[in-house]
Design a protein around this ligand. Structure first.
Ligand code: PDD
Length: 280
């Protein structure tokens, strides 16, 4: 399908014809969840894992899943074009009720929307980015991929205002994650990332990296670490489905390692690219 074809509530439409009600609870309350699923060579990457997270997000906000995994696959696949790397954005809200009321509406079908966009690699993907740390002001349901992203947006913009590409968030002295990414750090030769909890989104890229590390005898630990440990790291990476693994060369104005992407990043990036190819 052409790049501006989107899916809305059972129909494939040109983007310009896809319309939702102003009473949609996604619009009024941010009452919904989403998924971002990359596709390489026309194939959805780790589709089952993304579906599992979608199911968990829906359960966390007590919204029934409108489709089976097979149905989701059939809905999303026609949006893909095998000629380029892309990602699917899929959003489900609690639908448009006749009036605005915080309580869940009855007999209201969810709104289901999906679109597909090209993955455009970050210009600094191979040279590294600058990041800045800041207190994590988010809520206690960060494990659900909720569309309610105001805190994340404010964190990201604050980083950009400081000429950095990402914010690294700190809660109770410990690193949680990025505004829209997970965080890895190489500390004393060990690849570290915070453990899964309600304080972070369980990133699918994060899980792929941990699996690659285990399969290649790269020492790794899912353990909390604080800001002092982060700043002492020889390497820092941020990871996400749309940006893959991005090396960090400066954090809070301090060089990380020698200020270039580190050797483990080079190795992991190669292994990750090979992993993408192997799943085709
Ligand atoms: N965000 N943590 C947060 C808060 C995120 O928003 C994301 C991704 C991740 C990484 O998860 P994954 O590896 O599954 O993409 C971690 C997506 C890309 C977004 O909001 O557009």
């Amino acid at each position: 399908m052409t790049n501006n074809t989107v899916y809305l509530n059972g129909q494939y439409l040109p983007l310009s014809e896809a319309k939702i009600s102003v009473l949609d609870r996604g619009f009024l309350f941010g009452d919904g969840i989403y998924e971002v699923i990359p596709s390489y060579f026309g194939r959805l990457f780790h589709f089952q894992e993304h579906m599992e997270r979608l199911e968990n997000s829906l359960a966390a906000i007590r919204l029934a899943n409108p489709h089976s995994r097979e149905q989701w696959f059939d809905i999303l696949n026609p949006l893909l074009d095998g000629n380029q790397d892309q990602y699917i954005y899929l959003q489900i809200t609690r639908g448009a009720a006749p009036k605005r009321d915080h309580a869940f509406p009855e007999n209201t079908p969810p709104t289901v929307f999906a679109m597909c966009s090209p993955i455009v690699p970050l210009a600094e993907r191979d040279t590294g980015i600058k990041v800045v740390t800041m207190p994590d002001t988010r809520w206690k349901l960060c494990n659900a991929k909720a569309i309610t992203l105001l805190a994340n947006i404010l964190h990201r913009q604050s980083a950009i205002d400081q000429h950095c590409a990402e914010a690294i968030l700190v809660k109770d002295g410990y690193i949680t994650e990025g505004a829209a990414s997970n965080v890895f750090a190489v500390i004393d030769g060990v690849l570290m990332t915070p453990p899964k909890s309600n304080e972070i989104l369980p990133g699918i890229t994060r899980d792929v990296i941990l699996e690659i590390a285990q399969n290649n005898d790269i020492p790794c630990k899912e353990e909390n670490f604080n800001l002092v440990a982060l700043l002492s790291a020889s390497e820092i990476w941020i990871t996400s489905s749309t940006r893959e693994i991005i090396p960090v060369i400066e954090c809070d104005g301090q060089l990380i390692g020698d200020g270039n992407p580190g050797p483990l990043w080079h190795r992991m990036n190669q292994l990750f690219q090979a992993n993408k190819q192997s799943l085709v």
